[in-house]
Design a protein around this ligand. Structure first.
Ligand SMILES: Cc1cc2nc3c(=O)[nH]c(=O)nc-3n(C[C@H](O)[C@H](O)[C@H](O)COP(=O)(O)OP(=O)(O)OC[C@H]3O[C@@H](n4cnc5c(N)ncnc54)[C@H](O)[C@@H]3O)c2cc1C
Length: 335
């Protein structure tokens, strides 16, 4: 097996953090992965590297998942069932589906990362979560090397959450994801965020999948930094969910505090607003900082260390907690 020694992980993570991998291997098939797992169990997995902040060198074997391939399992008049291997790039898969007129994931255009990792935090954007299209996830159990399957229900999906972030964390390598997408009668979702405004500005009344995908891409490009230009990992914090009671108390003190209803007893407060009000938006500290347009995004201007960015995140958490009694939960995996 082609194990490389002492390589920098800078080009394998979108934050662009340079830490050393003592040993590194890219795997391109399930068979190769199973052979590897017979002899190596203490591994660190990396796919697109877009949801991690590397704060130290990695002494475990770094396994880069690069298993490619898309297959059509079956289809009927309304739906198509596909299985996609873990190493396929997510955005390229979305664009391919849009070009084939397969509907359901067009709102998730331009999310970085790979297909195999999309179930882990149940990626979501613009009113759509990937869980609504996933039928099955296939994985190798690290301990036994066995190929196992998780039904949608068994994945236990929630907001930016799944079984793979909880009881199954660290126990499996996800190898493929199966989807059910629509072939006609698409369930279009244009009500969220600025999609409708973007479509109206282009005089589009009856949008196609491609129109929605293009609108999402345009909005995301105008708001979020491109990791190829400025290192980042997207939203660094989750939007906190608090009780209605706590929210009403905060509203007395901060009448402009925004919220979204979650249930009769809970509301979601945009973490970006809390960070902006705490004075961090656009703040630069040498090689790292908080993005100027999006307070939820921490950035590496070039040569920051993961430790520096993590310390900034902790400072933000403390300031928000002191001012609003809300604890911000980190969305990115801190390694
Ligand atoms: C600019 C930007 C915008 C973003 N916008 C969004 C957004 O709108 N919505 C959203 O939900 N997310 C968003 N994200 C976060 C990110 O794109 C997703 O979390 C994505 O699914 C991560 O995929 P990845 O392949 O890069 O995972 P990685 O970062 O490689 O891995 C994530 C975690 O999974 C583990 N892992 C890697 N591969 C495997 C595997 N095969 N099996 C098991 N575990 C594995 C890793 O060790 C790590 O703990 C954004 C990120 C960026 C940089």
């Amino acid at each position: 097996m082609n194990i490389q020694h002492n390589i920098s992980l800078k080009k394998y993570n979108t934050f662009g953090i340079s830490v050393n991998a003592k040993r590194f291997i890219s795997v391109t098939s399930v068979y190769q992965l199973q052979q590897l797992l017979k002899v190596e169990k203490d591994i660190f997995l990396i796919s697109g590297g877009s949801n991690m902040l590397l704060t130290k060198d990695i002494n475990k074997l770094v396994v880069h998942i690069d298993i490619k391939g898309i297959s059509i399992d079956r289809e009927n008049h309304n739906d198509i069932y596909l299985t996609v291997n873990a190493g396929e790039n997510w955005h390229e898969f979305v664009l391919w589906c849009v070009s084939q007129n397969y509907g359901g994931i067009e709102n998730l255009s331009l999310i970085p990362g790979n297909v195999g990792t999309c179930p882990i935090q149940n990626i979501g954007a613009y009113g759509v979560e990937v869980k609504d299209t996933i039928t099955k996830v296939e994985a190798i159990e690290i301990e036994t090397g066995k190929l196992v399957q998780f039904s949608n229900k068994e994945c236990n999906f929630g907001y930016r959450n799944s079984i793979f972030k909880n009881e199954a964390k660290g126990k499996y390598v996800l190898t493929s994801v199966s989807f059910q997408l629509t072939k006609g009668n698409h369930n279009l979702n244009t009500s969220y965020g600025a999609i409708e405004t973007e479509l109206t500005s282009k005089n589009i009344e009856n949008p196609s999948l491609k129109d929605i995908s293009n609108a999402v891409i345009a909005i995301r490009e105008s708001k979020l930094p491109d990791p190829k230009k400025i290192g980042n990992s997207g939203s660094f914090f989750k939007n906190p969910v608090i009780s209605k009671e706590q929210f009403e108390k905060l509203q007395d003190k901060f009448p402009n505090i925004p919220s979204y209803k979650v249930s009769d007893s809970e509301v979601k407060v945009p973490a970006g607003w809390l960070i902006e009000q705490s004075g961090f938006k656009g703040k630069r500290f040498g090689e790292f900082g908080v993005h100027e347009k999006q307070a939820l995004v921490l950035v590496n201007y070039g040569n920051a260390t993961g430790k520096e960015i993590f310390e900034l995140a902790q400072k933000i958490q403390k300031t928000v907690l002191d001012s609003y009694q809300i604890s911000l939960e980190i969305e990115v995996n801190i390694i």
